[in-house]
Design a protein around this ligand. Sequence first.
Ligand code: AMP
Ligand code: ZN
Length: 663
Amino acid sequence: MNTQQKIEALRDELRQHNYNYYILDNPTISDYEFDIKLKELQALEDANPEFFDANSPTQRVGGTITKNFKTVVHDFRMYSLDNSYSKEDLEDWEKRIKKMVDGDVHYTCELKYDGASMNLTYENGKLIRAVTRGDGVQGDEVTANVKTINTVPLRLKGDFPERFDIRGEIILPIEGFLKMNEERIANDEEPYRNPRNTASGSLKLQNSSEVAKRPLECLLYSIKGNNLNISTQFEGLEKAREWGFKVPKEAKLVNSIKEVLDYVAYWDEHRHNLPYEIDGVVIKVNSLYQQDELGFTAKAPRWAMAYKFKAEQVSTRLNEITYQVGRTGAITPVANLEPVQLAGTIVKRASLHNADQIEKLDIRVRDEVFVEKGGEIIPKIISVDLSKRPEDSVITQYISHCPECGTELIRPEGESKHYCPNYNGCPPQVVGRIQHYISRKAMDIEGLGGETVALLVKEGLISNYADLYELTKEQVIPLERMAEKSAENLVNGIEASKQIPFERVLFALGIRYVGETVAKKLAKHYKSIGALSSASALDLVAVDEIGERIAESVVEFFSLEENKIIVERLKTFGVQLEISADKLLNQTEKLKGQTFVVSGVFETISRNELKKRIEDNGGKVSSSISSKTSYLVAGDKMGPSKREKAEKNNVPIISEQDFLLMV
Ligand code: AMP
Ligand code: ZN
């Protein structure tokens, strides 16, 4: 096998594994084996750029930056759907249909996936573009982002038409959505509101590798094209499945409106067992011939109808408003409700967001309130049933002091939340910070869990994360449910955390607004906690992508005497508070302020290694040439257009050797 054949074989194999995993839900190799093969392919492609393929499985990881999405006119207009809400609506619809077409009418019932609509165009079995619905006539081209979605096939299988469009919904399954939110909360970021908005927002991210990190899926429901050789909607769905698309199996072919209603009733009740959200059912006349006869109104096809489920709402009594204190001291008011069945779960609590929200709705204890579970996962109170308000009810007074420690709350200007400023004495803040410190993405301390942390604090054994390093086995053993072995694991786990690299320690410190990414940036720029802690807000904002809010928070953190002491102690215990020596060894600021574009194949160094050298020496790597580019590093087989563009913009072209001399 020559190299090209080898590359093709690997691509085919990986495509099949992708299909088994994402479409059939039936993987035949481990994730680890898959990664090894993918890396092998990546290495071969890197070494042989002449065999580049935009639809290779390696392209799923993204990396393309799109500043402005191109507007594209759809080949087939993307219509909206008419809505129905009752049995009568559907029966009227059938009457209208029967007036216009002859013969029996059958219907395909599908779920109405709640996400963002997407039109995919395939030519010769390859995905050539992906366009959002936009206004129905034209939308935005988001191909680079859509390519990262694993359920979108980049190459088709079987006997597909030469060119066609296929439509689907980009959705974010609930589990993935909740996981993303967990991470956001851990990073001290505002959680996303609902899966639908998060899915559609994802399509417009400029960096496709960010999109690749999101567990999006694409569920298909309609094929458009000329000479497709398909005669019914249901057959279209089956064909799409054969070509490798994800088409939910819940779609059903039925023979009457009565059966449609059964389908609707079934899914209204069972929709909460699905892994994703739906907001109704879509019913389509099955025969494409009949569809043609029926045609379109100005807005929607006459042959399709959405049946919208009612957003589920119940009324229940508000028993009490309590206030939660997060690890950053932020206060969240919570409505404690008389338990009630809603959308497949029993609801006992609802978020009240903040003081303004309570005031706006004039929510009072003992009110009968309407609770809705719409697109949002956490139920919310939408209104108060004023007719049922007790005569002696009193306006809700938002708390002025922390419910946990009694300190007077503050509300920083421009923020919607109140905070407890008792940084070191407020128990949920103290415990929360230590829990964050030991969490998986931070110090990842094995053998120590969140509950044990709470217990250790309660027992007075620790009151900040530096105290962890002085814990002994003997102190821990007497704790509830602590066997000798677990105590030993705990102490060993803490010891092992001394090897965790600086950037993660920085994240673990729990400085407000310093999430994982920001921590990496700061670690790389300042290289040690000493340098970072003496930086002023002005210095900080000069660092790429560090804004004022972050800068102020960092300065504040290091201005607190308690924090200085804790950091000093971490240092004496041997926690990594600077970038390790071997990482530092090759790092300089020689290329500071300079932007490089790298193109072609190199002799003594791989392209990735070259990029790393640029970054290690303080330079920036960009993917396209502009007047801001400082140098184009040209290797073998560089395209003529790059050269032209460099010459046009007066960008000096340098060789691999020139570059290596520079550093
Ligand atoms: P609406 O936005 O309420 O007018 O509803 C039309 C939208 O429903 C379409 O643009 C699709 O994005 C979406 N949709 C979700 N599931 C389906 C489905 N099974 N068939 C057709 N459209 C669907
Ligand atoms: Zn407090």
